[in-house]
Design a protein around this ligand. Structure first.
Ligand code: ZN
Length: 375
């Protein structure tokens, strides 16, 4: 069977694809780092013919505990993605499936490619309240896009939303698209929000890593969410130029959007220190829970299990270099990390879709309610 992966966010290594009942593949590392988790590839086969794919090194991946209850995503048209039966056996991720078309794509989560980012930006900026700026170009010459929604005014609050510092966490960009679309389509809601605030939205902090099919890092192998203390203009323009813009606008609320490989819940981690257990943080979470059943406050990093090095892990030595910590310290404001699952939101499970791009977009729309109450 022919397998292709040389496209936007493609990532896999083919070991042996001769026997359709035992296709052996391997996860590959980020281009300049040893993180290994994201996969995305296309199989060229025959409709009605079953195949068995083994990702033989899944047990050695960066988040190997992620595979237990995980079901891979598949698509025939790169638009509609669905879950397929997947097992984690003997440290291998095994997908056994009979496609109904000659071509089928598999991915860790619904991909969000650069072409979609360009058309999303083009559409959003047609709204009179929405302005597009390219903050900088990356090492690979991709745009770090910023959408400014509302008229800047010193009496208004600056709401910053950044997504996909970790490129494999594509749900973060789906979330942002849902948020922006909802904001721009709801006139009353928009006017109420924009009377008091301006939104600064970076839908994809890490376009290079996204296109390369990296899971955690940019072209230079840097984890962007460990670069906020002293970002290099050349190695990490993504963070450098966003910080520069934040210094211009000020920040009154930061939402840093991520995905978690293992925890099957949506949850929020406030920046450590001033934000931890602050009334503002608890109020925000409580208001978010009132807005949607797709959010909960029982499970988060502090009680799921101890982690060594996560987006907002309690035991992470690099806390000071994370976006939320940087913003909380420098602007003295509420800074929150939102984590969405790769698996499902177990307070409201869906056995067919698991967590999905659509649910991420809807969650993006719902977060406008706690933001409004925050104002
Ligand atoms: Zn992350």
């Amino acid at each position: 069977m022919k397998i292709s992966h040389n496209f936007d966010s493609g990532s896999i290594a083919v070991i042996d694809s001769n026997d359709i009942n035992n296709i052996q593949l391997e996860l590959t590392t980020d281009n300049n780092d040893n993180t290994m988790q994201w996969f995305h590839f296309r199989c060229h086969t025959n409709a009605g013919l079953s195949h068995t794919i083994r990702i033989v090194n899944a047990g050695e991946s960066s988040f190997s505990r992620a595979w237990g209850n995980y079901q891979a995503m598949a698509s025939y048209d790169k638009v509609n993605w669905f879950r397929v039966p997947t097992q984690f056996i003997n440290s291998q991720l095994v997908i056994n499936y009979t496609p109904t078309r000659d071509e089928i794509s598999y991915a860790y989560f619904t991909p969000y490619d650069y072409e979609r980012q360009r058309s999303f930006i083009k559409q959003a900026q047609q709204h009179e309240q929405c302005q597009h700026t390219v903050l900088a170009k990356t090492v690979d010459n991709n745009a770090i896009d910023l959408l400014t929604i509302g008229e800047p005014d010193k009496n208004k609050k600056s709401i910053w939303i950044i997504a996909r510092q970790h490129p494999g966490e594509t749900m973060a960009q789906w979330f942002t698209e849902g948020l922006v679309n909802h904001l721009l389509s709801q006139d009353i809601c928009l006017q109420k929000l924009l009377a008091k605030s301006v939104f600064y939205i970076v839908p994809n902090m890490n376009p290079d890593g996204s296109i390369k099919g990296n899971h955690r890092t940019n072209s230079h192998g840097l984890n962007l969410n460990r670069q906020w203390k002293n970002p290099s203009k050349t190695l990490c323009p993504e963070v450098y130029y966003v910080q520069e813009k934040m210094a211009d606008t000020g920040v009154d609320l930061l939402l840093d959007i991520h995905g978690d490989e293992e925890i099957p819940y949506n949850f929020i981690m406030p920046a450590k220190g001033s934000c931890t257990n602050s009334t503002q943080a608890n109020q925000f979470k409580s208001n978010f829970m009132t807005a949607t059943k797709e959010f909960q406050v029982e499970v988060d990093y502090d009680n799921f299990h101890k982690k060594q090095d996560r987006c907002c892990g309690t035991s992470c030595g690099g806390k000071q270099s994370m976006a939320s910590q940087y913003v909380a310290n420098n602007f003295g404001c509420l800074a929150l990390v939102l984590e969405m699952p790769f698996i499902d939101h177990n307070s409201q499970p869906n056995n067919i879709t698991g967590w999905s791009a659509t649910r991420s977009m809807n969650l993006g729309a719902e977060i406008l309610k706690p933001i409004y109450k925050f104002l």
